[in-house]
Design a protein around this ligand. Structure first.
Ligand SMILES: [Zn+2]
Length: 107
């Protein structure tokens, strides 16, 4: 488990891996914005996912990454990384609404 990280879906600390993907987008003003998207792999929430499930099963069986089966774990992780969806672009309308709410003191 990764310390100090809770799963946003089940609120437990069962996070096995975090995929951080840097990305950029151009906002309405034409300014390029850089961000980092995270994909969390939760032992509880992703146990039945066809892509992440083998990783949760690996840790359920082995407890931690084991030298004798690192190739197997790496294969599962690379497959999960390859299948991770591209980060969604932020919704400019939502960002603007949140910024305006913040300026009004509502957040
Ligand atoms: Zn979870």
């Amino acid at each position: 488990m990764i310390p100090d990280r809770a799963c946003p879906r089940c609120r437990t600390d069962n996070i096995l891996a975090i995929l951080r993907r840097p990305h950029t987008w151009t906002n309405a003003s034409g300014i390029q914005i850089q961000g980092v998207d995270e994909v969390l792999l939760c032992a509880r929430c992703d146990a039945h996912d066809p892509i992440a499930g083998p990783i949760t099963a690996y840790f359920a069986v082995h407890g931690s990454a084991r030298p004798e089966s690192l190739a197997q774990l790496a294969r599962h992780l690379l497959h999960w990384i390859d299948q991770a969806r591209a980060p969604k672009l932020p919704d400019e309308n939502t960002l603007t609404a949140e910024a305006e709410a913040w300026y009004r003191g509502e957040l």
